[in-house]
Design a protein around this ligand. Structure first.
Ligand code: SF4
Length: 133
């Protein structure tokens, strides 16, 4: 079962995190205390944001693709951290992709190694503003 966090506890923005490496500690810190629901229970009209948090190595790509395949195509994909943006410090490793853009269309990039949890929430506040405007 895939779950999503009701980020603002108001049914507007739901986040599906794909935890891949150390950046996931930051997204998990940002998500602490936020209600988790079955992705299938996300209301129509809500924004669904997928965060790629960490290093995308060749062995994990099928699992990441499987997650993306379960998320509505209207999702917003966020590359959280240098690894998910461009490969980070491991960009020249044979097994590391040069960012999530090699796998899926990325809508927003958050730089840093790692970025702070607040950087994710700041972007999600923008998403929420656009959604309710
Ligand atoms: S960007 Fe830095 S902190 Fe984030 S997963 Fe890569 S190495 Fe780890």
């Amino acid at each position: 079962m895939l779950t999503a966090r009701d980020w603002f506890d108001d049914g507007t923005v739901f986040v599906v995190d794909v935890p891949l490496a150390c950046c996931a500690l930051e997204t998990q810190a940002a998500a602490r205390g936020r209600a988790e629901v079955d992705l299938a229970a996300v209301p129509a009209g809500a924004a669904v944001v997928v965060t790629l948090s960490g290093t995308l190595t060749a062995p994990v790509l099928p699992a990441v693709e499987a997650v993306l395949g379960q998320v509505p195509p209207t999702r917003t994909v966020v590359a959280f951290g240098a690894c998910a943006c461009v490969g980070g410090p491991y960009w020249d490793s044979y097994s590391v992709t040069k960012g999530g853009g090699e796998l899926v269309e990325v809508d927003h990039f958050i730089a840093g190694c790692p970025p702070p949890p607040e950087a994710l929430t700041a972007f999600l506040e923008e998403v929420r503003r656009d959604r309710v405007a």
